[in-house]
Design a protein around this ligand. Structure first.
Ligand code: FE
Length: 289
C-alpha cells in the first residue's frame, strides 16, 4: 500500500471537519437532515475526503472486516491504562497543520465537559472522554480508512444513503449474489448485535471497553460513526426493539460528538483529578489493546 493509499487525509480530524459540512448544526442532526448541496461542494480538501471514501468503500468488504476482527480482537498488542492511551493518542497530532493546535485529548475533554455541564450520568461523561480512543489503531499501523469514516453494515446490500455510495461499485461484495441482497447473510429483525459493520475505531473500542460500561454507553461508542443508521435511519429492517432504544442514546450523544469542539483550551491540570477518579470508578488499572 502506498503512503497515499494508507493516509489520504492530512490528518484524522479532516473526516470530522467534513462531517460538520454535511451536518452543519445541532438542528440538522436532530432532524437527521444532511445538507443537499454538500455533494456539489468543490475544493481540493473535498477531493482528499472523496479519495478517502473511495478507498474506504472499496476495501471494507465482509472478508476484510473478519480479518481485522481476527487480528485485533485478540488484544495482544499492548497493555496500558486508559490514561496512557490518551498520551499514546496524542502522538497523532499533525505538526504540519497550523489549525490543529489542540491535541486529541483536549478535544475529548471538551466533549466530556459539555456532557457533564448538561447534568448527564457519569457513564455518559465517560463515553465523551473515551469515544475516539480506538484511533490508537492508526498507531498500530492501520490505514486511515480502516480507523475513521462513516461506518456501515457489511454482509448485506450497501445503502445508497451512505456518503459517496457510488464508490461501493468498487467493493467486491457488490458483486456477491448473497451480500448484495437486502438482508444478505442476516435475517430481518435479527438485531445489530448480529450484524457486522465496517471496521474502525468504533467497533474496536467497543470490544476493549464493553465489559466495564452500561450497555447504553457501549452502544454509543460502537455506533457513533454510523450516520447511515443514526441519522439516515437506514437498515431498520435488521434492528431489534432494543436497538431502537439504544439508538435514541446514540443520537443524543451524536450532538456532543460533533458540536462540542471549540478553540478554548480546557484546564487539564484541574480536570485531571476528576477524570482519573472517574476512570478508576469504571476500569481496572490496565486494559488490553
Ligand atoms: Fe469517533
Amino acid at each position: 500500500m502506498t503512503k497515499n493509499e494508507s493516509a489520504p487525509l492530512k490528518n484524522l480530524d479532516m473526516w470530522e471537519e467534513d462531517l460538520l459540512k454535511r451536518y452543519p448544526d445541532r438542528d440538522s442532526i436532530a432532524e437527521g437532515k444532511s445538507r443537499e448541496e454538500y455533494r456539489n461542494y468543490d475544493n481540493p480538501e473535498r477531493d482528499t475526503v472523496r479519495e478517502f471514501y473511495r478507498l474506504n468503500h472499496t476495501f471494507q468488504t465482509y472478508d476484510f472486516v473478519m480479518k481485522k476482527r481476527d487480528e485485533f480482537l485478540k488484544f495482544n498488542k499492548k497493555e496500558m491504562p486508559v490514561w496512557d492511551a490518551f498520551q499514546f493518542l496524542n502522538q497523532l497530532v499533525d505538526d504540519s497543520d497550523p489549525d490543529t493546535d489542540l491535541d486529541q485529548f483536549h478535544h475529548l475533554l471538551q466533549t466530556s465537559e459539555a456532557i457533564r455541564r448538561d447534568g448527564h450520568p457519569d457513564w455518559f461523561v465517560m463515553v465523551g472522554l473515551l469515544r475516539d480512543m480506538g484511533k490508537v489503531l492508526c498507531l498500530f499501523g492501520e490505514p486511515q480508512w480502516a480507523v475513521v469514516g462513516d461506518t456501515f453494515p457489511v454482509g448485506c446490500a450497501f445503502s445508497d444513503k451512505v456518503v459517496y455510495p457510488e464508490f461501493f461499485a468498487g467493493n467486491r461484495d457488490s458483486q456477491d449474489s448473497l451480500y448484495r441482497t437486502r438482508n444478505g447473510i442476516y435475517s430481518p429483525g435479527c438485531g445489530l448485535d448480529n450484524v457486522h459493520f465496517s471496521w474502525g475505531h468504533d467497533e474496536y473500542l467497543y470490544h476493549v471497553v464493553k465489559d466495564y460500561l452500561p450497555e447504553e454507553a457501549s452502544c454509543m461508542i460502537r455506533y457513533h460513526s454510523c450516520y447511515v443508521i443514526h441519522q439516515q435511519r437506514e437498515y431498520e429492517h435488521l434492528m431489534s426493539e432494543r436497538d431502537q432504544k439504544m439508538f435514541d442514546w446514540v443520537r443524543n450523544f451524536s450532538r456532543y460528538d460533533l458540536y462540542s469542539k471549540s478553540p478554548e483550551r480546557p484546564d487539564v491540570a484541574t480536570l485531571k483529578l476528576f477524570y482519573q477518579d472517574l476512570i478508576a470508578e469504571f476500569f481496572p488499572p490496565k486494559l488490553h489493546w
